[in-house]
Design a protein around this ligand. Structure first.
Ligand code: PMP
Length: 367
């Protein structure tokens, strides 16, 4: 069996050690004689798995006690709708910092539902190559929350600061962060946020699970007639089990948290490794003269590295030769073209070394 290096933006590479453990536990989970997939979500066995996963995540991210962790479905995209429905029940407007495609979708969904929306900052004017400076951000007078995308997965643009913001009347606006493609890539100061949310299929686990970390004072503000399954308060009260949760994805994510804690050594160690991987690849791109990345250095994403070849006519050959060399999923997003190497937590440093060696060799032959 060969496991190739997988640079997919999501669903993305999972740690081999996690998949091996899941394989060992697949048919007979810890002597219970059944698979986790076959357990009732209300059984003692599954409740123990669910609670352990949450405890490990809380420890990894140092999540304060006044935050609830919800294990939901619907993807990060469902949060685009759930956020305004849950946070604007007492009026006010949704504020957004727009730095790329995902932030744009979040704003479009809130608008589609008829909520009052305001753009508090944007990077459209520089082609999404640099995030707006903190000094340029401006929330409006009735801002109920400020939404931003910590790492724009398609453009490869990452915030290098946390855009906490106050209204003119001095009220600090709850910060809501789409952390889908950067959660767990390093330490996060959770107390700076009102809500952090993320689809699982990049740094957490398999697709089908969505994490929402919500400060307790933000619960209970949903607009009238919010469906129960969209209501954070109802979901929190039922410990994410209003209905059947995605049990296997929850279990597998728990294995990833365990791996981060015990194999990697926590988020500081993960942070250092991710920095080293990204630095190497950007250095190889910058030194080449054949590959390029347009993003301002201080906002270059550590998780998603888009790059283009000097001659796009070579794109096809690059991708097919890369695949033959065991380097998978390097094609850029369909909306932007070019290449993209996603370097999530589970992508080993050896994968980055192999990619750099391949890029160098390709340039020597075709550049
Ligand atoms: N936000 C970001 C930053 C993403 O990268 C993605 C998916 N690539 C989404 C939202 C949408 O996630 P989902 O497919 O889970 O709805």
């Amino acid at each position: 069996m060969t496991r190739h290096y997988n640079f997919c933006a999501g669903p993305a590479a999972l740690p081999t050690a996690v998949l091996e453990r899941a394989q060992r536990e697949m048919l007979d989970y810890q002597g219970r004689g059944l698979s986790v997939m076959e357990m009732s979500h209300r059984s003692d066995e599954f409740i123990a798995i669910a609670k352990q996963a949450e405890a490990d995540l809380r420890e990894l991210m140092a999540i304060p006690d006044n935050y609830r962790v919800l294990f939901l479905q619907g993807g990060a995209s469902m949060q685009f709708a759930m956020l305004p429905m849950n946070l604007l029940g007492r009026g006010g407007s949704a504020n957004f910092i727009q730095t790329g495609i995902w932030g744009k979708k979040a704003l479009a969904e809130a608008k589609r539902l008829g909520f009052d929306c305001h753009v508090a900052g944007e990077s459209e004017s520089n082609g999404h190559t640099e995030v707006p400076p903190r000094s340029s951000l401006s929330v409006n007078d009735d801002a109920a929350y400020l939404h931003y995308t910590a790492n724009e997965t398609i453009g490869g643009l990452e915030f290098d600061y946390t855009p906490t913001c106050s209204r003119a009347d001095g009220v600090e606006v709850p910060l809501v962060c789409d952390m889908s493609s950067s959660i767990l890539s390093g330490p996060t100061s959770v107390a700076d946020f009102g809500i952090i949310y993320a689809g699982a299929q990049k740094n957490i686990g398999p697709a089908g699970l969505t994490l929402v970390i919500v400060r307790e004072d933000l619960l209970g503000n949903a607009v009238a007639k919010t469906p129960t399954l969209f209501d954070y308060q109802a979901l929190a009260e039922a410990e994410s089990m209003v209905n059947t949760p995605p049990t296997y994805a929850w279990y597998l994510s728990g294995l990833v948290f365990d791996w981060l804690k015990n194999d990697v050594g926590g988020l500081k160690a993960m942070d250092a490794l991710n920095q080293r991987k990204a630095d190497k690849l950007y250095r190889a791109i910058d030194e080449s003269g054949f590959y390029s990345n347009p993003i301002a250095r201080h906002n270059r994403s550590r998780m998603n590295v888009p790059f283009v070849l000097a001659d796009s006519a070579l794109d096809k050959a690059f991708l097919s030769e890369a695949e033959a060399a065991g380097l998978l999923n390097l094609k850029g997003h369909r909306s932007v073209g070019g290449m993209r190497a996603s370097l999530y937590n589970a992508v080993p440093e050896a994968a980055v070394d192999a990619l750099i060696a391949f890029m160098h060799d390709f340039e020597q032959r075709k550049g």
